[in-house]
Design a protein around this ligand. Sequence first.
Ligand code: URA
Length: 176
Amino acid sequence: MVFADGSPDADLMFIGEGPGFHEDKQGLPFVGAAGQLLNRLLADIGISRQDVYICNVVKCRPPGNRDPLPDEIESCKPYLMEQIRLVDPKVIVTLGNFATRFMLQRPTAISRVRGERHPLDGRVVIPTFHPAAILRGGGDASRQMDAIRADFREMAAALDEARTSGPRVEEQLGLF
Ligand code: URA
């Protein structure tokens, strides 16, 4: 089982699809090539991997890296819901279609919703491309790379705003 990596106190949570070969071997999410790209994108906006929380929709590697099946997503759902509840992040970034559909609860294409802030239960969900999709290349790879960079900047801005707005004075004083 590949559960999570990073800080349980993080304000920023990343949700991927499911472990791949290297993640399965090491028991940690995003340690292969997609993880290297994730680390680089984070470094570009001045955030270190140790300060964020990283997990996946499904906790075990789908054989042969196939897409996770609906019943696998359903079985892992209580774990992910509890991870969100306990870490209590201000901003959740969903990487790729599976995590985005899980969080937004609708069948949507990542290209339609990426980079937008979706308010959800007092948090902000920002979908973006899965780093592995960019690494697979193809005609759109450089446009997708520009897009994911822009989404990471948006994510940093959303995080700054959420941190500076903070709890209301009444809440800080314990009046409510
Ligand atoms: N891709 C994912 O979605 N998750 C990982 O942990 C690694 C690659």
